[in-house]
Design a protein around this ligand. Sequence first.
Ligand SMILES: CC(C)(COP(=O)(O)OP(=O)(O)OC[C@H]1O[C@@H](n2cnc3c(N)ncnc32)[C@H](O)[C@@H]1OP(=O)(O)O)[C@@H](O)C(=O)NCCC(=O)NCCS
Length: 371
Amino acid sequence: MIEIRPVRADQPPADSLVAAMVAEITRLYGPLEERIAPSATPDELWAPHGTYLVVLTDGTPVAGGGVKALAPHVAEVKRMFVAEPARGRGFARRLLTALEDAARELGHTRLRLDTGPRQPFARALYESAGYRSIPAYNENPAASFWGEKRLDLCPLVLRAEPAKAERLLLVQRAAYAAETELMGVDGLPPLHETLEEVLEAEHQRWLGRFEGPTLVGGLAWEEDGAAGVDLLRLVVAPAAWRRGHATALLGAFDELVGPRSVSVSTGSANAPALALYARRGFRVAAMYPTTLLGELPPEWVLVGTWTLPRQTVTAFDRNFQFYATVPEEVGPLVDHLEEFEDELPPGIQPSINGLAEYRADVLIAERDGPP
Ligand SMILES: CC(C)(COP(=O)(O)OP(=O)(O)OC[C@H]1O[C@@H](n2cnc3c(N)ncnc32)[C@H](O)[C@@H]1OP(=O)(O)O)[C@@H](O)C(=O)NCCC(=O)NCCS
């Protein structure tokens, strides 16, 4: 069993982990003069602005690391260390995530760190965890990389952070329930998404937005080859609406995707989203009156996009994953649905009881580059 708990850096077992860390740095870079090496005293690595966390497996301490304040709301990761026999088993990443969560709890919104040329694995870990290279912020003679991560707005690797994935699912449900109400429809597929389904959608990349320690919003997108980028989801917990969270997420997204074109679709009755996208430079590219057809099992949604004189039938699964398109005339639609039936997973029988059961508009907006 893995346990992560705060322990003062001058108390066992934290003190031996810190000593082992200092010994390793001395072996790699030679003795550092305390005068010039940045400090990380037990008091700095403790409340009210810092902490030190120990990772234990079945009661044995295997890793430790701390956070100390550098400036208001800015903290630094210090003394990250995994004991030699425990390396390569993912403890460092778990510890880093726990330190980030602890820093958020302490009120920090940015986390910095430095590492040296003889610790290439540390740098790889930090960069993959979202730390971006910044100019030297200290005079650490052993450092060659200085990194910073925003804690209030950062990439989320859902598989590596299941607790955040669960929280994101709650935010998504609440946001889509509110959107559903606005649009006067029921049954947007992502409302019923399970945690497994969120985790399985590996092609989607996520940005998370935090208010203090709480995840309040997320944005997901995927690459669409040469076509650009599809913005797939933008959700903010209704209790945190109108505080600029979606705007902040879209700002970070713009920085990540750069000048590529972006497309997004939403309901034409979703006034908040429309106002927001218009502000961010999106223009309406197409508007499809859509007809949800018949009585499909609840986990399937079938959308007929009315592009006369041809009609396209598009199916999405519960994740809103694109499933199939059958372009044809309106008349023989039902025949095509029978063909389509062969492609449905076993046990799912579509039945079509009429075309105009239900209407909602889907609006596709596009943007060629950042506003
Ligand atoms: C759309 C959504 C993401 C906006 O989140 P948010 O954090 O409240 O948005 P922001 O605070 O950044 O608002 C930015 C702008 O959007 C517009 N906006 C947001 N909510 C609005 C509302 N209820 N009515 C009208 N305009 C609204 C405004 O122009 C707002 O700027 P302002 O507050 O300065 O007037 C959120 O309402 C949501 O999660 N909705 C459900 C899911 C959804 O519809 N997602 C988009 C579908 S693709």
